[in-house]
Design a protein around this ligand. Structure first.
Ligand code: HSE
Length: 312
């Protein structure tokens, strides 16, 4: 039987996870998809490391365009990150008639309109489950599971690094810089961690959820964004004394005046479920007119949780 052939652009933390999970769960995925999914080609600048990871059965190249040009490849998975070369390669892959999977929230938040309309013109899909809240299947839930609802609002902890920092500062009284270094060591933080701590990464994700929930273009440029860099240990302590936790929330809401899109530190009463989401975990609350409030919880970053969403 023919299998679906996938080309990976970039095999770092997430790409390595995708390769391992696809291999480990091959039979299970075949049973569910009805067809095998095979990584046939990998592009990475570090070809030696990539070859050591994937073994002899997979073609490894340094040039991502060789993957896009390969007529055997059905799906291109972009795991490079950033807006530069990643944008170019995604557009070229679409132009070549490939379906694209990306975990790149920054790219879609800023260039989503251009990318989605190119895909629409070519009749291919751009799938991005992994771009929002890592392993939590929130895109699928908004698109399908909650499709009967008018979504009224979404509020979520959608950046693991900042939630980890806030949790560790509160729990262990550690300093901001120490915890940020630990988040980087654990592979949660963005290549440029200012995207995490200034709320930009959460705003990328909130903008994507807002577009899906309310059927509007991706409007990251209109978001109000405030990160956690101006919070002191003292703020966290005072909040605690008053019965609150400080959480960096990404919020989007339909109001009579329009759609709100904002990211900022928020006082959450400590009895609320979402106030107890600790460490690098993510949680997204979605309120629909029929279903009421729902809460989705899980790992928002890391190799295999993100791989789970890429493969889905
Ligand atoms: N830097 C992101 C986070 C990674 O900390 O949540 C997952 O998008």
């Amino acid at each position: 039987m023919k299998s679906i052939k996938v080309g990976l652009l970039g095999i770092g933390t997430v790409g390595g996870g995708v390769f391992n999970v696809l291999k480990r769960n091959h039979d299970e995925i075949l049973r569910r998809a009805g067809i095998g999914i095979e990584i046939a080609m990998v592009a990475d600048l570090d070809t030696a490391r990539a070859t050591a990871l994937v073994g002899p059965g997979v073609q490894v190249v340094a040039d991502a365009r060789a993957v896009i040009a390969n007529p055997e490849i059905d799906i291109v998975v972009e795991l490079i990150g950033g807006y530069g070369i990643a944008r170019q390669l995604v557009l070229e892959a679409i132009e070549a008639g490939k379906h694209v999977v990306t975990a790149n929230k920054a790219l879609l938040a800023v260039h989503g309109t251009e990318i989605f309309s190119a895909a629409h013109r070519k009749g291919v899909m751009v799938a991005f489950e992994a771009a929002v809240a890592g392993g939590i299947p929130i895109i699928k839930s908004l698109r399908e599971g909650l499709s009967a609802n008018r979504i009224e609002w979404i509020a979520g902890i959608i950046n693991g690094t900042t939630n980890f920092i806030l949790s560790e500062m509160r729990d262990k009284g550690l300093d901001f810089d120490v915890v940020l270094k630990e988040a980087q060591r654990l592979g949660y933080a963005e290549a440029d961690p200012t995207f995490d701590i200034e709320g930009v990464d959460a705003a990328h994700k909130a903008a994507l959820m807002s577009a899906i929930a309310f059927g509007v273009p991706v409007q990251f440029d209109k978001a109000y964004i405030e990160g956690i860099t101006r919070l002191a240990a003292q703020d966290i302590r005072y909040a605690e004394q008053l019965g609150y936790r400080i959480k960096l929330l990404g919020i989007t809401k339909k109001t009579p005046k329009g759609i709100e899109l904002r990211v900022h530190p928020t006082l959450v009463p400590n009895k609320r479920l979402i106030a107890n989401v600790e460490g690098a975990m993510n949680a997204v609350m979605v309120h629909g007119d029929a279903v009421g409030t729902t809460l989705f919880y899980g790992k928002g970053a890391g190799s295999e949780p993100t791989a789970s969403a890429v493969i889905a």
